[in-house]
Design a protein around this ligand. Structure first.
Ligand SMILES: Nc1ncnc2c1ncn2[C@@H]1O[C@H](COP(=O)(O)OP(=O)(O)OP(=O)(O)O)[C@@H](O)[C@H]1O
Length: 705
């Protein structure tokens, strides 16, 4: 039967409403009005599209499937055959182990509540007490400055470019509610600018009333910068300078400068929308454009008219300053030149020439498997296209034949860990002293490289080499170990993800090895999934990585990709708000209680397409994640913990039929809807989704493809 006949037959017999989804491949017939959700609008969103590896897809699928099964098992006495029961149990235990492995990167943390932030010691004290406190703080600051250790720090600080801009900066802060700082790497913006404000306030006896917050995109930078500023002031961490990150803080009633993660401030704003008691807010590394940073900016712009006394400073090394200035009503921009010791830069071709490392791809043994053919098969990677067009013999004519052959065999998609190992070995054998910082994309690469290093004849000697992993999911106590100096006669090698990219100073790092990629949320248009996949970094990130060397002495940056790729990298990364699937974005906004989704997103620095946003909300309502008032339902909170679930819901409805043959969906659904429990109703609402090839209650769906 063709589509048209089926359409007419179903419509005329029982179903009044019909709609075509999935570009007309799926027809849904219904006795009740059908949603307007249009999948094609999703495809308009996000330009960072990747194909998901099969294994990723399967893992995600299993997790979601299990979640749905758990949901049913929790909410209903579903009768199952022994065989089905066994299959379900298998799935549950597989997912349990998968979840355990990835628990550390869970987004659950997004919803953790803040410890109460009593910024206002001064508030609870009388005017006289406040004055007394201000005098105390000033005297303490003066006496600490006199100590010999603080004096040597002071002379170091005075050499930083930020110091020359001190007066101009303080005047600009006093005169403007918003200030945009473009401070180049190493100028001292992170450690000095918040400190200048603190010193100025305390010196002018405003210490009791001042409360400065400086946000950092990551936990490790919040902690390490707080520790550095504390030590520059000759204090213990937690006195006037402290930090607060998720589930951990070091602060006291004396704390006047608090370094915290962007997420912590976001949650504070939800609890205290007027940020009462905070006098200055500095947002660092604003160029990173994570979802939290973009949300924060929207909220702050709304807050400023309500808090004319609040001062906001937006800072970054490689900032698109005009964009931010315009967003905040043409806020003034101040530029501070950078300072780093010279850092030599070597690209893949130079590294291959120096190390004589031979890249050999197994696939190249097959005749006709040329670089151009291989690269042509790499989809959605403009940088692969750039490299594909390079004539190796012409472009690298000055390099040896071995180097040119290696460049021919080099893979744009997979990082050659033996090349990383070879580069580390080369540095250890031929270069001078100094720690090595290696940028990799994730835990998988870090642990594989750790194994390779262990097995390496030279590097495997644990008396000579101290190898430390650094990953966002590690406990902060382990993360902090990277800052400790290696024992005498030992070389420190840090294997890190991009969390070591900005704001941190590992003071003995001389060599940086940059693989050129980082895992980022990408939108897989094919499978309609958000996925964390290695993607090329931007020039701004590459610059930051290089900047981790040369902070206290000259350094070398080894880039494990050709210069042509570096030159073709985008200047800045696409903001996360434009990379994340809209349904997930909407759920995040709702779970953070940031108000109506469409109007909230419309206020962002680079808003997503409004029609696509409306469409995403429509889908979330249809599947029962949001109610009619656009509030998060119980199911919505569950989907939020499993963000990839939304686009796959229809698929899993089918799975239910395959896995639970004895599950009487129609009966169970009506039973649920009549129990009166909100959770049952949510579940029932979801279960009533159209399922290909099935007739459920008053809807029927036909899959024609
Ligand atoms: N923990 C530390 N140990 C030793 N020196 C440090 C430390 N932290 C900072 N410094 C010194 O202070 C300088 C300025 O550091 P700061 O983090 O303020 O720079 P920045 O301008 O924010 O740079 P970036 O944007 O690259 O992070 C560094 O280049 C380094 O010389």
């Amino acid at each position: 039967m063709d589509r048209i006949h089926l359409h007419i037959l179903l419509r005329d017999t029982a179903f009044t409403y019909s709609n075509a989804y999935n570009k007309g491949k799926t027809l849904v017939f219904s006795k009740v009005p059908l949603p307007d959700y249009r999948a094609d609008l999703d495809e308009r969103h996000g330009s960072s599209q990747n194909e998901v590896l099969c294994s990723v897809f399967v893992t995600v699928n299993i997790n979601i499937c299990v979640f749905l099964l758990t949901l049913c098992l929790n909410y209903g006495q579903i009768k199952m055959s022994n065989e089905t029961e066994r299959r379900v149990e298998n799935l549950l235990s597989r997912a349990q182990s998968n979840n355990n492995a990835s628990a550390s990167t869970s987004t659950v943390s997004m919803r953790q509540s803040l410890p109460s932030t009593s910024t206002a010691v001064a508030e609870s004290t009388t005017y006289v007490d406040k004055q007394k406190l201000s005098f105390q703080l000033r005297d303490m600051q003066r006496s600490k400055k006199m100590m010999p250790s603080a004096r040597s720090m002071q002379s170091f600080r005075e050499k930083l470019p930020a110091f020359k801009a001190r007066e101009e900066f303080l005047k600009a802060v006093a005169a403007n509610q918003v200030l945009v700082i473009s401070g180049e790497t190493g100028c001292g913006k992170t450690t000095q600018l918040p400190q200048f404000i603190l010193e100025e306030e305390i010196d002018n006896l405003r210490g009791a009333d001042c409360s400065i917050i400086c946000t950092q995109p990551r936990r490790i930078s919040a902690i390490s910068v707080a520790a550095r500023v504390g030590s520059e002031r000759g204090e213990e961490l937690g006195e006037t300078v402290g930090y607060q990150i998720r589930l951990e803080s070091k602060r006291s009633t004396q704390t006047r400068l608090l370094f915290c993660t962007t997420g912590v401030l976001l949650r504070k704003l939800v609890q205290e929308p007027d940020l009462v008691g905070v006098s200055h807010l500095l947002v660092d590394e604003i160029h990173e454009r994570g979802m939290n940073e973009d949300f924060l900016i929207i909220i702050l712009r709304d807050l400023l008219p309500r808090r004319p006394d609040l001062r906001l400073v937006l800072m970054s090394a490689t900032i698109n300053a005009e964009l931010f200035s315009k967003y905040f009503g043409d806020a003034p921009i101040m530029h501070i030149p950078g300072f780093t010791f010279p850092v030599a830069e070597l690209f893949l071709e130079d590294i291959l020439e120096k190390t004589q490392y031979k890249i050999k791809s197994e696939r190249d043994n097959f005749q006709g498997n040329s670089r151009k053919k291989r690269l042509a098969s790499v989809k959605n990677d403009p940088l692969a296209d750039v490299f594909q067009d390079v004539d190796i013999n012409k472009e690298y004519g000055n390099y040896s034949i071995t180097t040119r052959q290696s460049l021919e065999a080099w893979s744009v998609t997979e990082l050659d860990l033996s090349l990383v190992e070879g580069t580390i070995e080369y540095i250890c054998r031929h270069e001078g002293e100094g720690a090595i910082l290696v940028f990799l994309t994730g835990w998988d690469e870090i642990s594989k490289l750790l194994d390779k290093i262990k097995g390496n004849n030279l590097l495997g000697n644990s008396n000579k080499f101290l190898v430390l992993p650094l990953h966002g999911s590690m406990p902060t106590v382990n993360q902090r170990e990277i800052f400790d100096r290696a024992p005498a006669n030992m070389r420190k090698i840090v294997l890190a993800t991009n969390i070591a990219e900005s704001s941190i100073t590992i003071d003995d790092v001389v060599y940086v090895i940059d693989c050129g990629k980082a895992k980022e949320t990408s939108y897989d248009a094919l499978n309609k999934l958000a996925c964390l996949l290695p993607s090329w970094i931007s020039k701004a990130s590459a610059h930051q990585r290089r900047g981790r060397a040369g902070r206290v002495q000259p350094g070398v940056c080894y880039r494990l990709y050709p210069k042509v790729i570096h030159d073709a990298m985008p200047q800045f990364q696409l903001p996360e708000i434009l990379r994340t699937p809209l349904q997930e974005l909407c759920l995040t906004i709702k779970s953070l209680q940031l108000g109506a989704v469409a109007s909230f997103l419309a206020k962002s620095l680079q808003p997503p397409d409004p029609l696509s946003v409306k469409n995403a909300i429509e889908l979330l309502k249809t599947i029962g994640a949001l109610d009619d008032l656009e509030e998060l339902t119980y199911l919505g909170t569950k989907f939020y913990c499993h963000p990839s679930i939304v686009p796959l819901l229809k698929f899993y409805c089918t799975c239910f039929y395959l896995l639970l043959p004895n599950f009487d969906l129609c009966r169970t659904t009506s039973m649920y809807t009549t129990t009166g429990s909100k959770h049952w109703k949510d579940a029932a609402h979801w279960i009533r989704l159209p399922v290909p090839g099935s007739c459920i209650n008053n809807r029927c769906c036909s899959c024609l493809s």
